[in-house]
Design a protein around this ligand. Structure first.
Ligand code: CS2
Ligand code: MG
Length: 402
């Protein structure tokens, strides 16, 4: 089997997605998600101008050699753009492999370790009462795990809060919007939020929270300690993770489980975090982690240190990435949880798929390959529109982490 053609599709059914389609002489094609929120065209060019010429004529079954060729052969290795491009190639090749062998990709990763995978939803509100209403709504939908975020008293904006009546979509068309931030009101508020959630919903529900990289390690240690009575499933991105050793400080102060890694694109980003057991969950997702080929290695390395997976699954991962994540989640032993932020109806129409959600679990489906497609005619109706993630400033104007 040979790769005969590859093309990059950019579409924007409510938000931008970049998809790689790799075709073979046997008429089998595969899809890979290479969406990098706010920097989409950089990855599209990396694929079209630099990667695609190198893979024409290759055997799509040679996933490991093609991965090494694109990683080591670039010389300039790692980084979100490079690894999202490699990730798209890798996902498309696994899709082709599954279709050619007429089997779902999870069978190529070790077969089923479980039927359905535990999924968590996003519940949010401008204040605690509205957040509680959204938790109730998602529990009614059958979720057994819910991430809870709320507005912070005194702050006009904060991460993770949808405008009233809208779905939460952080990327905005036009130039980056500016949010405001103050740590102390946040640290005072979050324990009150989870005290109320536990008071209203009891202990059964798995609760998660995303700090979104905004604290220092000692602040994260304080928050983790104050959240211990509420037994969170995880506290996510408590601090920026360039300083992996900073998580040692957090670990020394709290038993609240720690999750990190949605912005990682290499196993080396997590190497010290995992081998020192400074984290409990690794959030890397197939498209941004250089594909299933690298992500499986991360999971296997994490398994040695009791680290479980928790693939990132926000709306800026397309259904192609979600499908790949669910095959991965189904097959690996140290699966933890899968984030699920439902896509819009337009997006689901552009990317028809076999995965499903029921009673708090997601199922990858039994279709050969990844079980997702791209309706190119429909995709063409949604032209790309430049969009950015917001930036964040402290109240004194200092730029900080969003
Ligand atoms: C968030 C994401 O889902 C999450 O955990 O961190 O929504 C993140 O803000 C976006 O994926 C950024 O594009
Ligand atoms: Mg996050």
């Amino acid at each position: 089997m040979k790769i005969t053609r590859a093309s990059v599709n950019i579409t924007s059914p409510g938000r931008n997605f970049v998809t790689l389609k790799i075709e073979t002489g046997e008429g089998i094609y595969g899809l890979g998600d290479s969406t990098l929120n706010g920097r989409e065209l950089a990855v599209a060019s990396y694929l079209s101008d630099h990667v695609i010429p190198c893979i024409i004529g290759r055997d799509p079954f040679e996933t490991e050699d093609i991965w090494q060729y694109l990683y080591r052969g670039a010389y300039w290795r790692r980084g979100p753009v490079t690894m999202a491009a490699i990730g798209a190639v890798d996902l498309a090749l696994w899709d082709i492999k599954g279709k050619a062998l007429n089997t779902p990709v999870y069978n190529l990763l070790g077969g089923k370790c479980r039927e359905g995978v535990l999924a968590y939803a996003h519940a949010n509100g401008k204040d605690i009462d509205h957040a509680l209403e959204d938790v109730a709504r998602h529990r009614e939908m059958g979720y057994k795990a819910i991430r809870v975020q709320s507005g912070i008293p005194g702050l006009a904006t904060t991460y993770g809060i949808a405008r009233s009546g809208e779905k939460y979509e952080p990327a905005e068309r036009g130039l980056p919007s500016e949010c405001e931030w103050a740590t102390e009101p946040y640290l005072r508020h979050v324990p009150k939020l989870f005290a109320r959630v536990r008071q209203v919903f009891g202990e059964e529900l798995h609760l998660l929270h995303d700090c979104h990289h905004r604290l220092t390690p000692i602040e994260a240690g304080r928050l983790g300690k104050e959240l211990e009575p509420f037994h969170l499933f995880w506290l996510e991105d408590p601090a920026p993770a360039e300083l992996q050793q900073g998580f040692k400080v957090i670990r020394e102060h709290t038993t609240t489980p720690i999750a990190v890694g949605e912005v990682f694109n290499s196993i080396w980003d997590a190497h010290d975090l995992i081998r020192n057991q400074w984290i409990d969950y690794i959030r890397m997702t197939p498209s941004h982690a250089g594909g299933l080929t690298q992500l499986k290695k991360v999971a296997d390395f994490g398994a040695l240190y009791h680290v479980r997976t928790g693939c990132h699954g926000a709306t800026d991962m397309s259904p192609v990435c979600m499908a790949a994540a669910l095959h991965f989640d189904t097959a690996i032993h140290n699966f933890g949880i899968q984030e699920r932020v439902p896509h819009s109806e337009e997006t689901d129409a552009v990317f028809p798929h076999h995965y499903t959600f029921k009673d708090g679990l997601m199922l990858a489906g039994e279709a050969p390959g990844l079980g997702v497609d791209l309706d190119e005619a429909l995709a063409a109706k949604y032209p790309y529109q430049r969009a950015y993630l917001p930036i964040n400033r402290k109240l004194d104007g200092t730029l900080t982490d969003w």
